[in-house]
Design a protein around this ligand. Structure first.
Ligand code: ZN
Length: 101
């Protein structure tokens, strides 16, 4: 068998240094460890949190839904279902009140 694998180990992403929210591949979680693929911190890392707040600034309810889904997936991957520290990690950083303009 002489199969040629065209897979590259490095996924090239466009790096323009701009921090626009919602950009795929930036500060995305790496599963099953749930660390940040960009900076290596526990996900959601600080830059990602800022992105999420900006991204969901008009719909904070959806942010909670999104984080809840992430929390559920992380709890399964990390085998720490019901962990309060994990809940704190995913929700504890949220501002208690919506930002006022
Ligand atoms: Zn990060």
């Amino acid at each position: 068998m002489t199969g040629v694998t065209g897979r590259s180990d490095v996924i090239k992403t466009e790096a323009h240094g701009d921090a626009s929210p919602g950009r795929a591949g930036e500060h995305a979680p790496v599963t099953p460890e749930w660390t940040c693929g960009t900076c290596g911190a526990e996900w959601p890392c600080a830059p990602r949190r800022e992105q999420l707040l900006t991204e969901y600034s008009v719909d904070r309810a959806m942010l909670s839904v999104y984080l809840g889904a992430c929390l559920a997936a992380a709890a399964e991957d990390l085998h720490v279902a019901g962990s309060t520290s994990l809940q704190d990690r995913f929700f504890g950083w949220l501002p208690r009140r919506p930002r006022r303009h």
